[in-house]
Design a protein around this ligand. Structure first.
Ligand SMILES: Cc1ncc(COP(=O)(O)O)c(C=O)c1O
Length: 412
């Protein structure tokens, strides 16, 4: 697998695609590592009280993980496999939260052996499981508080009801002498309904009080993930609302030692990845006079590889054409993936100019829940090569180039 690393003074997407096409003649990703660094720096600037634990499930690309580990990020892991991956990067167990409320027993054993002691729970049976395997673990109670407006809702499956189940679970944990240290929630993935963070933070504050009343000393508030990660710089907006809720409910002078953590996945990686595809086949439908009615293009990527999120949710993609043909005429167009399944449809009834076989279509904001979920259906490979870019600047110069898994090519 070729992995090339270019330095540009300034990242320019279409120029980078043209560059990558010289080394990749199949579909591939462009990954702008500088975008990741910028996201991390922005997080520290705009949410200074909140420590991010990157949700590995979102994109477990080894170079992304190495870069985030290198610049100081912590990690949210969902399984023993993810924990193992992060520990192998020489990240200490104290930088990991095992944020899965329903864990395999053998994964708890793995966490215990490797001293990953921070983990979430949301039900009675999990408490008894943890009591048996890892009674000294530091536990975070996940409450159910989600937004109907989140693109991917999580609260049907996870979380305890804050007014009824959560207090009972805290009482049970107390009786079992387990060490509960805080509250977490996840309002749902890709959520722009930022006010929901405020309500969830206020509810968490009430549970902090309840916990104190029954003898717990809570130290951690975990505000989960869900933050949008596209390239519209939305952190400026959501940080104002979140900081305000934190300062109102958990003022620094009253909670000087509180650790506020979060589990952002898509925030970090979504905009760093662009998927570059090619048209490998085309079918034109014409009317009786030979006039084009509609066009179907078949791409070398589809829902069984990097677009699985399309049939799973309401998210849409906007295809972009690398070299426009300078014609104003547009046609009703459908984009298909390469497999023999008719649900393998990327988008339909969009208006596009007439394109040719081998033309390049690219998709921005493709870093979240894409590379981790592909299959090899019809033996089309789910493994998509990646070409990495890094802007040459003071931050990137600090990176230890030996750390990464690619050949370095200077291209200034
Ligand atoms: C427990 C937990 N934490 C964090 C995340 C990351 O969410 P997002 O990528 O929306 O930030 C998820 C996503 O499913 C999750 O289930």
């Amino acid at each position: 697998m070729s992995k090339i690393f270019y330095y540009f003074s300034h990242f320019h997407l279409e120029k980078s695609i043209e560059r990558s096409l010289k080394v990749e003649n199949d579909s591939h990703y462009i990954c702008n590592l500088s975008d990741l660094i910028r996201k991390y720096e922005d997080w520290k600037t705009y949410l200074p009280r909140v420590k991010p634990y990157y949700a590995v499930k979102c994109n477990d690309n080894i170079n992304v993980l190495k870069l985030l580990a290198f610049i100081g990020c912590s990690f949210d892991c969902a399984s023993a496999g993810e924990i193992e991956k992060i520990l192998s990067l020489n990240v200490g167990p104290e930088r990991i939260i095992f944020a899965n409320t329903t864990k395999f027993a053998k994964h708890i054993e793995f966490a215990e052996r490797h001293k990953v002691n921070l983990m979430t729970f949301d039900n009675e049976d999990e408490l008894y499981k943890i009591l048996k395997i890892y009674p000294n673990a530091k536990l975070i109670l996940r409450i159910r508080y989600g937004s109907d407006k989140a693109l991917y809702k999580l609260s049907e499956k996870f979380g305890s009801l804050p007014n009824t189940e959560a207090p009972e679970l805290l009482k049970l944990a107390k009786r079992l002498k387990l060490n509960v240290v805080g509250i977490s929630f996840h309002i749902g993935s890709r959520c722009e309904d930022y006010k929901v963070y405020c309500r969830a933070i206020a509810i968490s504050r009430a549970l902090f009080q309840f916990a104190a009343d029954i003898g717990f000393k809570f130290k951690i508030l975990d505000i989960g993930g869900g933050f949008p990660g596209d390239n519209f710089n939305r952190i400026k907006e959501f940080s104002i609302i979140i900081n305000d809720a934190l300062n109102r409910n958990f003022p620094l002078d009253e909670f000087p030692n509180l650790e506020i953590v979060s589990e952002p996945g898509r925030y970090f990686v979504e905009s760093a990845f662009t998927l570059v595809t090619q048209i490998h086949s085309r079918k034109i439908t014409r009317d009786a006079n030979g006039k084009i009615v509609s066009v179907m293009y078949y791409l070398n990527e589809g829902i069984y590889s990097n677009f699985l999120f399309i049939p799973l949710g309401p998210e849409k993609v906007t295809p972009k054409i690398l070299s426009h043909k300078r014609t104003n005429e547009k046609f009703k167009t459908t984009l298909w993936g390469p497999t023999l399944d008719s649900i393998d449809k990327i988008c339909q009834n969009i208006e596009l100019e007439l394109l040719e076989i081998d033309d390049v279509i690219y998709f921005i904001n493709m870093g979240a829940y894409t590379t981790t979920v592909g299959t090899n259906f019809n033996s089309f490979s789910a493994k998509t090569n990646i070409v990495y870019f890094l802007e040459k600047n003071i931050e990137s110069n600090k990176l230890n180039t030996e750390l990464f898994d690619f050949n370095f090519i200077n291209d200034t």
